[in-house]
Write a protein that binds this ligand. Structure first.
Ligand code: SAH
Ligand code: SF4
Ligand code: F3S
Length: 436
């Protein structure tokens, strides 16, 4: 038995969907009368909203639990997110946490916290499709750049990946529920909405066919200035969505389209169901629709069986695309996925060396992309204060961080001339404030 918590702290790891889920869990607890605190070491209840994607991410949960219990403190600990889904009771056994709740069941968190306070086992990793969304409280106050989950789950089963098991099958939230939530977000302070999904471009509903239909509906919401979406799968990139990049002004010129590897042999072993060539041709069509689009991707190095020749094809794909920014990872074998049992696992030092070479190429291209924006003018959505007095930080349409000195407030859009370009950020000078 533990006292019913009065204060809580939510810590989210992993992808943007976890950030969204973390915010919604916070809203649930606040609706129960609990108070949020920024200090995990002072909170009565700590929710660890976890990620299972790579081994390191999973191990972090256990080290975090240890840290929370330092100095004899015994806060109530709830493990949420993808590790909760994947490991369930094992976490209770291994770390004696109070609550375990999966990504599709977190609307039950307040009940589970009550059970834990009463000394009853509190574990819920059920996966009812969609039911959590209807049970969540209304959006109240959000940051100017808000996230909105529209699609969840994955049916693609790439051979390295745990997501189809932790998030379940692909489902699309209904059109009306999304549009209502988008309007509520704008009323709560959002100026930009990023539509989220594990395969967001697979979103579909009879009321608006395809993600582009949804984007066109959001385009009509007054007070919403920018629309983004992530993460997309190459096989779900329809013509209508590509056309939207040419036609919908609020849709920002940015596309995150993971490819993972440049060799067809490896793509096949990964079960990616696209080829190097089909991916490159797709990007050509996207660039034809929106010439200034910033492209982004994800890469895995050291997938089982990856030879030096395969890896060279990844490097040559990077050269061919010229990405604005990317994420790249060493392959991490995940129990229960087919790739974990494949022959020819790659030695860690080979992976280290390939990752370094890949990141060298990606950093070079990111610096070149940033340098190419020097002298341009663009809008910046102000998101937070900078370190220096009067300095504010925001994002360009191409998702670059921009800092500038301005009287503009968080949530304002300012027109900026880019006067300096560094590898990781830009400096701007304000022209005119165009909207608040
Ligand atoms: N649904 C998205 C992203 C899923 S996870 C997509 O398919 O693009 C985000 C990224 O983590 C993946 O794109 C991949 O690059 C990486 N990733 C997934 N499983 C991994 C593993 N076992 N080892 C290393 N990286 C992995
Ligand atoms: Fe994982 Fe592949 Fe699904 Fe992305 S598409 S979530 S990498 S299985
Ligand atoms: Fe991690 Fe789950 Fe997101 S495994 S990347 S938190 S979908």
């Amino acid at each position: 038995m533990k006292p019913t918590p009065k204060t809580f702290h939510v810590k989210s790891f992993g992808c943007q969907m976890n950030v969204y889920d973390g915010e919604r869990m916070g809203e649930l607890m606040a609706a129960q009368g609990m108070t949020a605190t920024d200090d995990a070491n002072a909170a009565d209840l700590v929710v660890l909203n976890t990620c299972h994607i790579r081994e390191k991410a999973t191990e972090k949960v256990y080290s975090d639990i240890g840290r929370l219990r330092k100095h004899g403190r015994t806060p109530m600990i709830a493990v949420a997110g993808c590790v909760a889904q994947a490991e369930g009771e094992e976490i209770v056994r291994r770390a004696k946490v109070d609550v375990v709740v999966g990504p599709q069941a977190y609307h039950n968190l307040p009940d589970l916290v009550r059970d834990a306070a009463a000394g009853t086992a509190a574990l819920d990793t059920d996966m009812p499709a969609l039911s959590k969304f209807g049970a969540l409280p209304a959006r109240r106050k959000v940051s100017p750049g808000a996230f909105l989950t529209v699609q969840e789950g994955c049916d693609k089963f790439c051979t390295y990946c745990v997501v189809p098991y932790t998030r379940g099958a692909e489902i699309s939230r209904p059109f009306d529920a999304i549009v209502d939530e988008a309007k509520a977000l704008v009323d709560a302070g959002a100026r930009e909405i990023t539509l989220l999904g594990q395969n967001v471009n697979a979103w579909d509903d009879d009321a608006a066919t395809g993600l582009h239909g949804l984007i066109r509906a959001l385009d009509r919401i007054d007070g919403l200035h920018r629309i983004r979406y992530t993460t997309s799968h190459p096989n779900d990139m329809r013509d209508g969505l590509i056309r939207a990049h040419a036609e919908v002004e609020k849709l920002m010129p940015f596309l995150h389209l993971p490819v993972q590897a440049g060799s067809d042999r490896i793509l096949k072993a990964m079960n990616r169901s696209h080829t190097r060539d089909s991916y490159l041709r797709l990007l050509e069509r996207v660039r034809a629709a929106r010439t200034d689009i910033a492209l982004s991707g994800d890469f895995i190095v050291g997938f089982p069986g990856e030879t030096e020749a395969d890896f060279a094809e990844t490097l040559s794909l990077v050269d061919a695309v010229g990405y604005a920014q990317c994420f790249s990872f060493k392959y991490s074998p995940r129990a229960g996925t087919p790739a974990a049992d494949m022959a020819d696992q790659i030695a860690p030092e080979v992976m280290d060396e390939r990752l370094q070479r890949l990141q060298g190429a990606l950093n070079r291209d990111q610096a070149a992309f940033n340098a190419a924006t020097l002298g341009k003018s663009c809008t910046v959505l102000i998101e937070r204060k900078g370190k220096l007095p009067g300095q504010m930080l925001g994002k360009s349409p191409w998702l670059q961080s921009v800092h500038l000195t301005t009287n503009a407030q968080i949530g304002d859009l300012v027109e900026v001339d880019i006067v300096r370009a560094d590898p990781n950020s830009l400096a701007g000078v304000e022209r005119v404030k165009i909207a608040a």
